[in-house]
Design a binder for this molecule. Sequence first.
Ligand code: FAD
Length: 411
Amino acid sequence: MDTEHIVIVGGGLAGATAAKTLRAEGFQGKVTVVCAEDEQPYLRPPLSKEFLLGKAGEDTVPVLPDGWYRENDVGLLLGEAAVAANPAAHAVLLRSGTELQFSKLLIATGAQPRRIPLPGSDLAGVMTFRTFNDSRRLKEELAAGGKKVVMVGSGWIGMELAAAASSYGNTVTLLGLEDVPLSTAIGPELGGFFRSLHEKHGVQFRLPASAAEITGVGKAEAVVTNSGEVLPADLVVTAVGVVPDTALAEAAGLDIRNGIVVDSSLRTSSPDVFAAGDVANALHPFTGEHHRSEHWSNALNGGKVAAKAMLGQDVMLDIVPYFYTDQFDVSMEYSGYPTLAAGAVPVIRGSLEENSFIAFWLRDGAVVAGMNVNQQRVQKPIKALISGRVQVDVGRLTDPAVPLDQLLPVP
Ligand code: FAD
């Protein structure tokens, strides 16, 4: 190849951020982003929040402004998918039959909603939720209110959609396999906080419960649970997690284990092929373990790191994992290592009753995760406590009168 050509497969946040970073770092070669969807790369978090709730318009969702790709000479192939890749030959085959030669390849194919083999899932009025079109459609269904909505899945997406559906004046019942919603992610104490929040707004829970069948003639009319309860439904959304989209990586013969296995600079088992975002199972320098994250910050920062690594820079994805959620009047941010926090009972600074607190999970005397609810501008010290492995005094940590900065070592 006369000119360097970096091919990015996957037009999500990781892919678009990588393209932007390549140009910001002065890369002058060719850049092509291959997007299976037929719209320019967009952000997913607003789809279950501001956009779905009608608080933000279509124009707020794209990752990069209209015209950016053209102005920065980045090829954007919309509605085109990569179907095969040959790392040794440095070639990617597209569905249209075109073959692209690459000097470096980034796979940022994200994840797909997990589909459960549920009788009746093909009825009208049953949907999964991942894309801009899913959000447009759900908004249309929910906006008039007065519908019976059954949400299958008690994770973040299920809970956010339940909040949105309920805010529009629909009747919402949520089923989940956990005893307490979100307890796999944040434990039963804090999961219980979110459950009460939802119950105060009229959301009903069936926990633990699974959907055994969706019944109806032509369209969904009810969900039958594993205990035989019949829940009337005009609309059923299944939100039972995602699976990393590894089809291309598998076809390319890369190492796969819960996503594409990459080192901390996001390089796969093939030296000129990188992976970032939801699809990448990256080695995390802090824990020394591989961790696949399905969150916004990982896709954003992973896109940046992969771009720099493809340019030969010595970089690592070494940020404290972070995510956020908004449900009803609660805004929450979480930083930390769920695997280290697992099993620890959180200590609380502030008041759960007043919807304003920070929960900290500790291990061996140091904070390993922190979750702030309706408290702004505390993420910086929380992340510094975690990344610095700072030994803390729990009395001071949980005393709102002690500024968090004062718990950090003096520089
Ligand atoms: P994706 O955004 O999934 O993009 C991958 C793209 O690649 C897709 O467009 C896909 O069609 C395309 N693709 C796949 N295979 C191919 C192929 N072979 N060829 C070409 N293209 C291909 N995170 C938070 O931290 N906070 C939140 O509040 C939050 N809310 C969310 C709400 C929703 C509804 C969803 C779905 C996710 C949310 N997330 C949130 C998670 C966050 O959005 C994801 O972690 C992030 O979008 C991952 O970006 P990505 O670029 O890795 O993958």
